[in-house]
Design a protein around this ligand. Structure first.
Ligand SMILES: [Zn+2]
Length: 166
């Protein structure tokens, strides 16, 4: 299967975009031709940006980058919060969902992808770097932790940690 279609992007039928040096199928600010609508989450793309506007008449169905990341389990932001900082898991989750909800209207592709917890850490994975940074800053402020941010792969992946203040 597959033939000679693009190796990096599923579901694209046209050859457009191949001229780019590197095609990231998850790129949040990637420009698409025309308009699109994601059937999974209901986000719309028109005039160069994604928003929660209703589906346009000419919009073609297309899975948005955030839903793709969620389906493929590929986070852009990885935020680790030390259990010594956030002792209450419930309190942390409450803060996190509150923030996510607030960011959602302005940044529709920034979402929480997964939450994992271990004995020492609570790890929050996001579809965008921006949300991970905002969450990290809010958590550090609320729980009096120390925030550290590291960027990898250019700016495409951020690892953020909130640890006890030294
Ligand atoms: Zn979507």
């Amino acid at each position: 299967m597959g033939g000679r279609s693009s190796s990096s992007v599923r579901g694209t039928r046209s050859g457009r975009g191949e001229g780019r040096r590197r095609h990231d199928p998850y790129k949040l600010d990637a420009k698409l031709p025309g308009s699109a609508f994601c059937g999974s989450c209901g986000v719309s793309y028109a005039r160069g940006r994604w928003s929660w506007a209703p589906r346009g008449a000419a919009a073609e169905m297309r899975t948005c980058p955030a839903c793709r990341r969620i389906a493929d389990k590929v986070p852009a932001g990885i935020l680790r919060v030390s259990r010594d900082v956030a002792r209450s898991f419930d309190e942390l989750m409450h803060l996190m969902w509150n923030r996510e909800h607030r960011e959602r209207s302005q940044h529709p592709l920034e979402r929480v992808l997964a939450v994992r917890s271990s004995r020492d850490w609570i790890q929050i994975e996001t579809t965008g770097v921006h949300l991970a940074r905002r969450l990290g800053a809010a958590i550090a402020r609320t729980f009096h932790g120390e925030l550290e941010t590291e960027y990898l792969r250019g700016q495409d992946l951020a690892r953020i940690s909130v640890t006890p203040r030294g």
